[in-house]
Design a protein around this ligand. Structure first.
Ligand SMILES: Nc1ncnc2c1ncn2[C@@H]1O[C@H](COP(=O)(O)OP(=O)(O)O)[C@@H](O)[C@H]1O
Ligand SMILES: NC(=O)OP(=O)(O)O
Length: 316
């Protein structure tokens, strides 16, 4: 049996026009990304796919708010917006992968699992929103949005503009992990924990309630990788390699770093909060608990990266 690899697709990587993309544009981006995942599967890797929803869940919230302002139609709670984006993006990945396999004459089957992820109601992150969602705004637009919506919290996101942030509690348990494992063992390519999973809190033995938040998909992916005993975690995003001094004249792309070097770079503040830092922290958590290797790269470098020819590799 091939090595079990979990591949996370960044939500921002599926959006090119800052909220002006159509759903067909997003599908084209999904098709391009999954063609690189299919390359890996063709080489014999067993793959589980997770994905983000940061931009998409923000767009979904905004659509509801605008419809409510104009027509009085009830808004949809954030947790349901997460579920909707998990379903919508999961559908596109599932169909694109199925069609890609058919085109290549591959026999793999694909299944998506609606995934709930347990969080704690006492998580301090509920009091301190950090997860950027939706479109990027200029400083001027951001100030205008805040004046119009005093309850919004906005932050600067990695030099790309200002974005609204929502609470992002840490994932504790992937509720459907056994179903995901059974599907992998039956030979399925599984799509799971989309958008970081649907946040739920425990209300009793095997009983849960949804709660408004967006879980970081990098932390959820790392936890799922641990719980299904994946060997390799690959986080795909908008850059081919992680950098130190990112965006500065002395920027340097990293090919391979140890856990110790990575911790040193965190201490030196090289990784932006809300974008690269969660990927790095999730990578360290996976390596320190159970994993063998982590790769951070862009989708087009996937096949080379898994064969040690591209990407940033974090090693034990
Ligand atoms: N040190 C860094 N090295 C490389 N990219 C960085 C760094 N710090 C911040 N970034 C930015 O973070 C982005 C990845 O975060 P983000 O777009 O939020 O993730 P996602 O792809 O999961 O949606 C990169 O595309 C890059 O613009
Ligand atoms: N939920 C989440 O972390 O989404 P992004 O990866 O798109 O930010």
């Amino acid at each position: 049996m091939g090595e079990l690899v979990i591949v996370a697709i960044g939500g921002n990587a599926l959006v090119k026009e800052n909220g002006r993309d159509s759903i067909q544009d997003q599908y084209e981006a999904v098709k391009e990304t999954v063609s690189h995942i299919a390359d890996m599967i063709e080489e014999g890797y067993k793959v589980v796919v997770t994905h983000g929803n940061g931009p998409q869940v923000g767009f979904a919230m905004r659509r509801c708010e605008i419809a409510n302002e104009i027509t009085g139609m009830p808004t949809i709670p954030l947790v349901n917006c997460v579920a909707e984006t998990q379903g919508g993006i999961g559908y596109q990945i599932q169909q694109a992968l199925t069609n890609e396999f058919a085109k290549r004459g591959m026999k793999q089957k694909v299944a998506s699992v609606i995934t709930q992820v347990e969080v704690s109601i006492d998580d301090p992150n509920f009091q301190n929103p950090t997860k950027p969602v939706g479109s990027f705004f200029t400083l001027e637009q951001s100030e205008a949005m805040k004046a119009e919506h005093p309850d919004w919290v906005m932050v600067e996101d990695s030099g790309r503009g200002y974005r609204r942030v929502v609470p992002s509690p840490r994932p504790i348990d992937i509720i459907e992990k056994d179903a995901i494992k059974s599907l992998i063992d039956s030979g399925y390519v599984v799509i799971a924990a989309g958008g970081g999973g649907i946040p739920v809190v425990k209300t009793g033995d095997n009983a849960y309630d949804g709660i408004d938040a967006v879980i970081d998909k990098d932390f959820a992916t790392s936890l799922l990788a641990e719980q299904i005993q994946a060997e390799t975690l690959i986080i795909t995003t908008g850059v081919p390699r992680v950098c130190i001094n990112f965006g500065k004249p002395n920027q340097k792309a990293l090919e391979q770093i140890s856990i110790e070097e990575t911790k040193q770079y965190i201490a030196e503040d090289h990784f932006a909060k809300g974008s690269m830092l969660p990927k790095i922290e999730a990578s360290l958590s996976f390596l320190e608990k159970s994993g063998s290797r982590v790769i951070i790269t862009n989708p087009e470098s996937l096949k080379d990266a898994v064969n040690n020819q591209a990407g940033t590799h974090i090693v034990k």
